[in-house]
Design a protein around this ligand. Sequence first.
Ligand code: CP
Ligand code: NVA
Length: 306
Amino acid sequence: MKHLLKLSDLSAEEILGILNLADQLKYEKKNGVDHPLLKGKTLGMIFQKSSTRTRVSFEAGMYQLGGNALFLSSRDLQIGRGEPPQDTARVLSRYLDGIMIRTFAQSEVESLAEYGTIPVINGLTDYAHPCQVLADLMTIREYKNSLKGLKLCFIGDGNNMANSLIVGCVKLGMSFAIACPENYRPDAQLMKWAAENGDFLCTTDISLAARDADAVYTDVWASMGQEDETALRIKAFKNYQVNAEVMRAAKPDAMVLHCLPAHRGEEISGETFEAHADEIFDEAENRLHAQKAVLVKLLRNRQTNE
Ligand code: CP
Ligand code: NVA
């Protein structure tokens, strides 16, 4: 594994390897053990969109591993004034040991990886959010002890989260059902792949999607960059809310996951959010541990750029 651009690039074994290391790092951290596995390494973090969890967990994660992280806002970088990602990648590769980028087009992340010589991590694009899904799978496994054979139901927009969850679930032998309006389905190629390789359902019927689910997942109706469509989307998604009624269709011990930030009263009712807050905030915490595992896997054995 040279980069983390999207989960479809990883094998099931590589995903499980990250989850296992994440569990170990979490356990050690809770027991007061910190390993400076990335001493002397520097991660550049390019943000073209806002972030709380991704920024803070990557920055704290690098610090805990003995390295450093640089927050690089696209407002300040020349990339924000049109310098091509190909050139940015070649320059940053001379200074840094890894790049994490949050941006719009997946092609920009792929291009950084193609032209740079250091590992690139996708911190969210319009297409995918692999780091979040690693934390999600880690959290489900913590609560349910295993992943294979479990059912995850996603209610809402077929967005970057849905795309990455489909891949993560199918690769690890989970069944995946999404309920979404017809015009807001996940990526067509990914749906085809999931139908051919796993147990996959895309429907407009929420109770069918949620039936016997072990985990129910939702995300905002309007993602970053879609703010202009908010009113339209509120109309389109008004029936696609995770609430007590949806949870009655799922298994009695079903967990609720949300990548956050959440809009209570839209994609999730305030009552259901609070009833499952422990799971949701464990999921947020696990971003730190899962990303530390990714950073160790990608950056540890490379020669340091100093
Ligand atoms: N879930 C997530 O990626 O959160 P941020 O947008 O705050 O990074
Ligand atoms: N789908 C959301 C996820 C935020 C973590 C977005 O892209 O804004």
